[in-house]
Ligand binder design. Sequence first.
Ligand code: SF4
Length: 337
Amino acid sequence: MTDLPTLTADGLETYLHCPRRYEFEHVHGLEGENDDSSRARVDLLREAICAALRSGATDRDRLEEIAGERLSELWTGHDEPFHSRTQRNHERAVLDAVLEAYLEEVGADHASGIDRLEAPASELIGPALPLASERSLPAEDGSDRVRIDAAVDYVTLAESSLVGVSFVPTLSPLGLLRYRSDWEGDVAALFVDHFDAGAETFEPRAAGALLETSVVVDGLRRLRERLDLEEKTCRYVQIPLADRYRTAVNWVQNTVDATVEPIDLTDVYLDHHTYAMTHEHRNETVDSRLVDVASDVLAESFDPTPRWDEIAPESCPGCDYAVGCQDRLAAEVRFDG
Ligand code: SF4
């Protein structure tokens, strides 16, 4: 898979938010002013958990011990500007509670699933374990194929499935996808309408998550082939590690309790009509939009005007590039004039 134009699933989601934002970030390589402290803390947990999984331990207490030690090392070097020592101690207690909840609810099972795969840790455990999907582009495009990369934090075996797992700060960007378990119905409508310039629906995060699912599931198929596990289905699970709604603080007793709520995005991605024909976890609507978006990016179609009515209120506020963005400045001038 060399010499192909290469895009990333994250980048495609950025493109869905705003093509110009994609250009700033991925073509010109401009860094936005991103102060995402919850993501930085999730990265600490991500690395600590992956260290525990890489150890080969499957016992819950041993996993907690290894992850806890690694988290302590990482926390010592973590220089987030907290307001006070109390706040710093509280955030550390939240991380410990989330780690405990993760290991209790899924972590130990996932460690056993990794163990059953009997493959090198480098093939299965990240952080940011790369997966890639190759897609054919429409004939009129200059290149005939594109490679799209995504990353998961680890891959495990669960019953009849090879499962890619990604840690995320929270599931809230998924919106409706959190509460549905089928593609048919309002998930399909949301996805199709997002790409309909005549519809008001603008759901770049949910649509981006479905594109990412398509890439991850296809990347897992390649891994499945390498591991000689053709009989397994491929699934994609996200686990939130900084979801405030799943953290309960008892300020009197100075304790923190947490739960984690994994979501299987394959459930909402899988189109049963396609499945009936192919017996594969696929979705032709999502797959075809993935190729369309990739084609638009490769064609350097970065003008946000066609979706300006949605981009201006939804994507511009809080955009890291707003200060120097000519599209936004021009719109403000038009509005003021
Ligand atoms: S400010 Fe608005 S138009 Fe400019 S890059 Fe950001 S989202 Fe796009």
